[in-house]
Structures are given as structure tokens and as C-alpha cells.
Design a protein around this ligand. Sequence first.
Ligand code: MSP
Length: 595
Amino acid sequence: MRTSLRFITGGYKAVGTWQQSTFLSPLSTQLSVSRSSSAVCKEERSYYITAPIFYVNASPHVGHLYSVILADCMHRYKLLRGFKSKFATGTDEHGLKIQQAADAAGQEPMAFCTGVSHKFRRLFSRCDVTFTDYIRTTEERHRRAVEHFWCTLRDKGLIYKGSYEGWYSTPDESFLTQTQVADAVDGTGQAIKVSLESGHKVEWLKEENYMFRLSAFRTQLLEWLQKTPGAIQPERFLQDVIKWLQDDLPDLSVSRQRSRLQWGIPVPGDPEHSVYVWLDALVNYLTVAGYPNDHDHWWSVAHHIVGKDILKFHAIYWPSFLLGAGLAPPRSIHVHSHWTVNGTKMSKSLGNVVDPFERSLAFTTDGLRYFLLRQGVPDSDCDYTDHKVTKLLNAELADSLGGLLNRCTAPALNPTQTYPSFCPFSFPNERDGRAVPEDYHMLDAVQKLPTVVERHYESLHIYKGLEAIASCVRQTNGFVQRHTPWKLNRMDAGDRRWLDTIVHVSLECLRIYGTLLQPVVPRVADKLLSRLGVRANERNLNDLDFLPSYRGKACPFPGRMLGPDTGVLFNRLESPTGDQQKTKNIRKQIISRHL
Ligand code: MSP
């Protein structure tokens, strides 16, 4: 059958025609196979989110933590919405660069991998990353899944023995075409070729190995992208993928000769070859879903989070492998940009990594989580400095949010340490009480906040959700400041009702903020909600009802004792001498070089 496809999303123009081979079934059949009606029913309340699995050739840095915290935030958010949620991450342990790193460390590959894998795991536990599965590609269950996946592709005629000749980047474990490399010189002045995308050195490779018929999938990939709005988010990354699909899409080498790569999964039936590490790594998402036996349920609700450097592997190779194996592509791929230091991508080879263990000690784990999710913008890179972290956390967590909680729960304003009542005459629906127009604007903003935050969290624009919360917190502080409740006369019945109303409204605002902040800063949110006396079963996001008394509805809180005072919500941080000290040291070094 000869098919031609016109892709209209985002202004994409016509693409060439494609000869559909008999070994490929139509995309629509494959989508419906995996998303059968029973799966659709179950998937309503199920969600499966994955973070990338991390290379173990180096220790974790703040960029890695960001990838995994985004996924953790989504997992927690879905649980709070009543979903059954699965969240997987882990370590990517095969490949030449891991083999070389183990050699350099003088260790057996397995012992080396175990050491670094545990380091990642310890960091994630320390930062309250609540994965439900931590997968290592060296596990037996994963080997079985890769073997089964390989045999499925092979049996469908999608893998053939061929001869590969071209460029290969070991640090990226990536094959490159002539147009993807450039001339450069190395540190010793020798002429080399580098990958245009990553800047890593590439080498010429000529090997007999197994090839995957990637070239046959262009039309199906475009069809998938066209039929699945939101398949790749944000939009600018979808456009990148569409551009790549307009370029050459040669068949992909999916094995390496065993003599070159011993540290990998042997190709089923041909132990002279090892499975290409990206094919091996990507299958981890299926392994966790239960592949090859029982994966339908979780696979039908799978969403990936990936950094922009690994988009091509996830948006082109992976869906092609899946379609080839008769499985649906993931529901969505959420792409994020990078953390940089002085404008340069943080990476071990550049020696500019920020240590997340150290920073979580300095700023607390919630502090670090809040900073990364509040400042990390999916669409563009963000520069990391300790100074920015301190400034942001002091302003938003310590002063604004912490200050509001402290004011409204302090014995001076709240001598009985209870949740006070709301007086509808002081703050009526019609504006003839003691509230002023700005107060109504504030109520309106907080009333809408859960919906606004939901929209941003759902699209993984966590920073926008946090921006909206921070803006409401500022408005609530403005509300308290405007009415100076500490100046009201508690002996006067009218003043007392108004004072109670101000505190009631402020605590209601705080309850909404605390509930919405749970996926991002679980400890701070718990401390806040516990101080307000909000019980565990009152913290989910489905029935978040702000200020019901204002709408004449019953509110369970008035008269309830506040929770114990366990200290300030978030301690102010010292000004970041670290950065200044580093700058001073660099200045000193420069000066001494010139003396
Ligand atoms: N092992 C592969 C992923 C395989 S997934 C089937 C890999 N590993 S990695 O350790 O190099 O990167 C893991 C994740 O960390 C990627 O999403 C990558 O984009 C992210 N980051 C690595 N450096 C980063 C920054 N400087 N900033 C933000 N994220 C960064 O790729």
C-alpha cells in the first residue's frame, strides 16, 4: 500500500510517500491493541510516570536530581488526586563508557555499577523521591524483557544482519550521520571529529552488526504525533522531532560486536554481539510495567520525563521499536531543558557539577526541591547559583509563606489556638461589610487557584503552578497587612468577629497553599497542614473546598484545635557566602597569576 501523509500540526508541510511493508500493521490497530476497552476502564484511575535511568559512570548532580524530582512531583500529585500511580527510575548500567569507567576505577563492572547505583538511590531517598520501582539494567528481569523484545522485533522481520559504517559517540552512545559531525581539534592540537549536538568526540566505526528497520517508521511516527495531541511537550520540542523526521532516517545499528562491548546483554541466539545500549535502556520502561507477561495495564498509561539531550532516543527510536513490537507508543513525553553553571551545561567532563547531597544539607531537601521546581523552566535552560537559591527560599518559603503562618497562628492573634469562625456579616457576599475590593479579588484568586495549579501541574509546568501559589500567598499577606488585625479590640464584639474572620480566611488560604504544595515540598506542606490541624484524610486534591463558610456551606474547621507549634516553617538561610567566596578565590588566583 502506498500512503502519503500530510502533517498539519504546527505548520508542518508535506512529507514524502512511503511504501508500507507487510510486516507492519496499521498504527490505529496497534493503539487499539494496547488500549483495549478494559484497559481504558482501568486507566481512568491509573498513571505510570518514568524518570530516565541514570548512567553510572559518574556521581549524581543537580541536573539529574531535577529530572527525577519532576517525576516524583507528578507521582505525588496523581496520588493526591486518587490515582493508582507507579513511578519508576533507576540506573543504566551497560555500555562501553561504563565498562571504561569501571576499568579506570580498577573495579569489576558489576561491583562498580552497584556502588554508583546505590549512590543515586541514596540521594533519591534523601530527597524524598518516592519511586515505586528502582530498576537496574543489570537485573535478571530486565535481561529477560530485552531478550523477549529483541526476539519479537526479529521475528517480525524488523532486525537484519548488516554492515554498519559511520560515526559513533561513546559518551552519548549514539550513531551519527555525516551531517551530525563537525571538525575540531583536541587538547593536544590533533584534528578530531565531534558531535554537533553534544560536542563529544566521535570515532569511525566499521562493523558487521544487527540493524533495525528504522527507515520504515517515518510515516507511522508522523501519524502518531498527529493523532496524539500532547504526545511531545512542550510544543517546541515536538517541532524539533518533526524536523528530525524530515531528515534522513537511516536504519539503526542495534548491536555491537562482543569483542568491543562485553558489558552488555548478549544478542539472543548470537552471543558474538551485544545489544545496543539504548535499545537495552529504553526497554526498562516495559520491564517495570511487567513486560513480557503482564504489561498492558501499566503500559497503556505510561508517560515519560526526559531531558532534551535524550529526546531523539525517546521520540524516534523508542516509539519505532514499540510500534515494531506491536505496542503503543507512550502516552506522552515531557521534555525539560538543562541546568547550567555560568551558561554552560552542568556535566562531569566539564567539572562544573553542583553536588545535590551537599546542597540538600545546606538548603534542606524541601528547599532544594522547591528551588529546582520553581526555577526550572521546561522550555529553556536555567543557570544555577547558590545566591539565587538563598534569595528565593528566604523570600517565598521563609518570609512570605512562613511569615503568614506565623502571624495567623501566633498566640497574639490566636490566643485560644483554635481555628476561628467566619462571620458572614463582616465579609458578606455583597460588599457592605468590612472587607474591601482587594479582599474580594484575593478570594477570587484563591478560589481559582486549585484549577490553575492543576492545569500547570498536569502539563508539567510546575514552576507556573508555584508562581501562581506564590502570588496568592503575597495577596493573603497583603490582606492581613491591610486590616492590621493586631490593632483590633478583642473586647468589642464586632471587632472580635472581624478579627476571627481575618484569621479564618487566612488559615483557609494557608490550607489551600499547603495542600497544593504537597507534591513539591512534602515536609514543609506537612508541617503547615499539621499546624493548622488538617487531618491526613483532608489533604487530597479532589475535594479541596476553599472557604465554604463564605458560600454558606458547612466548614469542618471552626472550633478545632490547631496542631502543636513545632517551630518556624522554614528557617531563613544565611546569605550565600559560598558563591561570593568562590568569586573572591578566583579573583585572588587571577591577581596572583599577574603578580
Ligand atoms: N542513561 C541515559 C537515559 C536512559 S533513559 C532510558 C542518560 N543518562 S544520564 O545520566 O546522562 O542523564 C539522565 C537524565 O539527566 C537525562 O534526562 C538528562 O537530560 C538529565 N540531565 C543530565 N544533565 C542535566 C543537566 N545539566 N540539567 C538537567 N538535566 C540533566 O541519558
